[in-house]
Design a protein. Structure first.
Length: 342
């Protein structure tokens, strides 16, 4: 009787049978195929992405990492870098504040304190360089070059009298009565290129600017406007919509009477005969021949003047402008006529 079979014993047929058995097992394993992978949805390009640029963009998007909290960063410049100051752990041994005392403890003295001695602003005598600064009148500068520029662009019509209403509507100057502006000062910048013939009214003017205007056959007048009249002059539509009568223009204060009665300044209160003499003297001084405006075709426009109590050209004090009906209402009562004509 034979004993139990050894595990190392070869199957019937010897080594050749073992080789055939192993080959059959490997052949069966090779025949088996892996299970099919699930079908993946192919990304269809949207409209406008079908070209070579669109496919390149899609390929780039496939390779980019997904947005997550791990790769989010603040926008550049949205966070200001902390400035390291000499306090706490940032300043070294003494934190940048030196030794003990008020400077180390942050209890600094007030500005201007000089350790107990009399400060310089009390030791030096006081001079009135800025005395009355808050009450000084200011005049916005308007150069002849800027005036010629506005005329060339068609913003200012030289065939009509020019005053602050035309200059502010043309955006040539900005006047703010609440900031102590009292009008416009005509300066001589651009006198060599100014060639227009105008009838202009300003509040102040330099001598060379006056000579340039008159050399071209124009006329210039300097006149004063009180703050209320100035506000009405630069914003006429706002005033007309209120339905109020046009007020009288106030006369200049005492310190300006001499300026506006001087013919050399072409003041509106000066004697007309003296103004003509001053025109001739200025022409002799600068060496030009004064044109005769009486023979000019625009003589009517050049000779137009405002009454000292008048604010607008062609509109007398006391009149009411009706913007809705486009009419002008004039007073008929004798007391009103006497008041507005005085």
């Amino acid at each position: 009787m034979s004993g139990p079979r050894s595990p190392r014993a070869l199957p019937p047929g010897g080594r050749e049978g073992a080789r055939q058995c192993c080959a059959a097992r490997f052949a069966a394993a090779a025949v088996k195929q892996p299970p099919p992978l699930p079908r993946q949805r192919r990304c269809r390009p949207r409209a406008g992405m079908s070209g070579p640029g669109g496919s390149r963009a899609l390929e780039l998007l496939r390779g980019l990492p997904k947005v997550s909290l791990a790769n989010l960063r603040p926008s550049p410049g949205s966070k200001k870098k902390e400035k390291r100051r000499g306090r706490g752990r940032y300043g070294g041994r003494k934190c940048g504040r030196g030794h003990k005392g008020e400077r180390q403890r942050g209890n600094r003295p007030r500005l201007g304190f000089e350790g107990g001695q009399t400060p310089f602003y009390l030791a030096i005598p006081k001079y009135g360089f800025n005395e009355g600064h808050s009450f000084r009148r200011q005049y916005q500068p308007l150069s002849l070059q800027k005036l010629q520029y506005l005329i060339d662009l068609g913003r200012v019509d030289p065939t009509q009298p020019i005053d602050l209403t035309q200059l502010t509507n043309a955006r040539g100057v900005t006047v703010q009565p609440l900031k102590r502006d009292y009008g416009v000062q005509l300066v001589e910048e651009g006198a060599d290129i100014f060639s227009a013939k105008v009838n202009i009214e300003v509040q102040r003017a330099s001598e060379l600017a006056i000579a340039t205007i008159e050399k071209n056959g124009g006329v210039i007048t300097t006149s004063f406007y009180d703050p209320r009249s100035l506000e009405i002059l630069i914003k006429p539509v706002v005033f007309f919509l209120r339905g109020q009568p046009i007020p009288k223009r106030m006369l200049p204060p005492e310190d300006l009477v001499r300026y506006y009665t001087d013919a050399n300044n072409r003041g509106y209160l000066a004697d007309p005969s003296k103004v003509e003499e001053a025109r001739l003297e200025l022409a002799k001084k600068y060496g030009y021949s004064l044109p005769d405006i009486t023979k000019d075709e625009l003589f009517k426009m050049l000779s137009t003047r405002k009454d000292p109590r008048q604010i607008f050209f062609g509109l007398a004090p006391g009149w009411v402008v009706n913007m809705a009906d486009k009419k002008i209402l004039k007073p008929t009562d004798e007391r009103l006529l006497k008041y507005y004509s005085s």
